[in-house]
Design a protein around this ligand. Sequence first.
Ligand code: NAP
Length: 286
Amino acid sequence: MKTVYREDLFADRVAIVTGGATGIGLAIAEALLMLGCDVVIASRNRKRLLTSARGLSEDYGREVLPFTCNIRKRPEIDALMDATLGRFGKLDFVINNGGGQFMAPAAQIREKGWNAVIETNLSGTFQMCQAAHACFMRDHGGRIVNIVADMWRGFPSMVHTGAARAAVVNMTKTLAIEWAKDGVLINCVAPGTILSTGMHNYPPEVPEAAARVIPLKRLGTVEEIADSVLYFLSPAGSFTTGATLRVDGGGSLWGDGFQIPDRPDTGAGPIPPWPEQRWPQHVPDE
Ligand SMILES: NC(=O)c1ccc[n+]([C@@H]2O[C@H](COP(=O)([O-])OP(=O)(O)OC[C@H]3O[C@@H](n4cnc5c(N)ncnc54)[C@H](OP(=O)(O)O)[C@@H]3O)[C@@H](O)[C@H]2O)c1
């Protein structure tokens, strides 16, 4: 990775990155390390955490603390905060990047699948914010960045994550107001379609189809998302709170990524079959 920021910008800073072992989160962790920040990466899969922490530590010559944490479980979040403060003595930044969803038509999402996505992407993000505020930021200030998604025109085929991410955008505004007095700045980054590990969960034609309807005619990179997060954490972002930055190549403004089936009574032909067989309902793991 290369950076436009000064390399010691975050010396003596401490960050937690959820989902920091893979994809966008890994790029954020790497960008922070490059600027001298101490980093804790937190997610559920211990093996991936250990592998990424070891690789990052070797590349940047700093300890990276891997911590196993399911953000759907508040006791595990509290343990994450304790471990961070125990090891580094402070917590300056939280990047709520951990999340997941699956493609399915709204009519077919079962209760368990709906709850899993809401609990991870909305409730988990809120619990992380509240825990970070309670354990350190209420008394010392801090910066929080929530990773959301391009759900501005609705999110057909992923209603659960669209609802959760829109709620996080609103939650972010509320926390920005309530916690301003504590010196806590909180913002969102809304990635469009990004060439990342998360893409493996979708049908193989999704990246190319998405690139066709993005005005910049390509997918975003994990580094471009990481750089946007750095802006909110850096002195350049010191007067910005409650905001959401869309990093989507203009994809939220234009394009018809979702084809609306014709109704049979319009005479325009039969409704095409929903491609549900290609998108099996996969509920995120416990
Ligand atoms: N790639 C895109 O185009 C795109 C676009 C918009 C938004 N996003 C969002 O950006 C974030 C990163 O996505 P990505 O593309 O880098 O995919 P990814 O590699 O699948 O990242 C998701 C990360 O979240 C972690 N995670 C999931 N559930 C968790 C839980 N309950 N507790 C703790 N950690 C959890 C995963 O680790 P474990 O499974 O080990 O827990 C994984 O490291 C996600 O929130 C994603 O929805 C991605």
